[in-house]
Write a new protein. Structure first.
Length: 243
């Protein structure tokens, strides 16, 4: 793994505008499952049909019963070496932004400043009736009782600020796309790059670096591909860069 890491470091040093694109694979080392891994992925235990916007509108309480274990994991999770390494890269000026498919907020906790959450966040929620913003952690007691979180002002249903199947992506995606168009190097970490439209963003980069346990549709186009755990590889990368 030494030579690919050294090559990735050289490319990052030479880049004028490098960004990162992260997926669930960077957070598995923090105890948050991804979606597709055999035996452990979320879709092994839950039917994706239960995560549509229509299913939420039909029965918010049932929706919350399904997502409560994931929400509890996210609330307890801490950033791992991979999140911290990306924050170091940004702090050094080598990385301009992080585009993430994740909804756990761990990049921000680790210290990353410019984070584009293209699938939203499980940290926040909005009342569908009066539009008041809520911190979902404060509604955990209701969740643990199996109740759908209710707005403290009007009693309306609170929808998590995540993009469910059937919804349009948030404005953060348009901002992320602009970053991808500007970049001359994209560091992909822990993403299968199979979820559209985010999975199309790497095509904009002429210098593509991929760190992911499994294969991606862009492996043949990438200058560096490392199929190892994200935290381990990123720790070696920042060390090679002297950070």
């Amino acid at each position: 793994m030494d030579e690919p890491v050294k090559k990735a470091a050289r490319i990052l040093r030479e880049a004028k505008y490098a960004i990162a694109l992260t997926g669930a694979g960077i957070s598995t080392e923090s105890g948050i499952p991804d979606f597709r891994s055999p035996g452990t992925g979320l879709w092994e235990k839950e039917d994706p049909a239960g995560f549509t916007i229509d299913s939420f509108y039909h029965n918010p309480r049932a929706f919350y019963r399904r997502i409560l274990p994931l929400l509890q994991l996210i609330e307890k999770a801490q950033p791992n070496h991979g999140h911290k390494a990306l924050a170091l890269l940004e702090g050094s000026g080598m990385l301009r932004a992080v585009i993430t498919q994740n909804i756990d907020g761990l990049h921000q906790v680790a210290g990353s400043a410019r984070v584009f959450e293209v699938h939203g966040s499980f940290k926040k929620g909005t009342c569908l009736s009066c539009h008041k913003k809520h911190n979902l952690a404060l509604l955990a007691t209701a969740l643990e009782r199996g109740e759908a979180p209710a707005c403290s002002d009007c009693g309306g249903a609170v929808k998590p600020a995540v993009t469910l199947f059937g919804e349009e992506l948030p404005p953060a995606f348009q901002l992320a796309e602009r970053e991808a168009l500007k970049c001359d190097c994209m560091l992909v970490v822990g993403s299968s790059l199979q979820v559209a439209p985010v999975g199309y963003l790497p095509r904009y980069s002429k210098n593509l670096l991929i760190i992911n346990r499994g294969n991606t549709p862009y492996d043949d186009l990438a200058r560096v591909v490392i199929c190892q755990p994200a935290g381990e590889v990123l720790s070696l990368l920042v060390k090679e860069l002297g950070l």
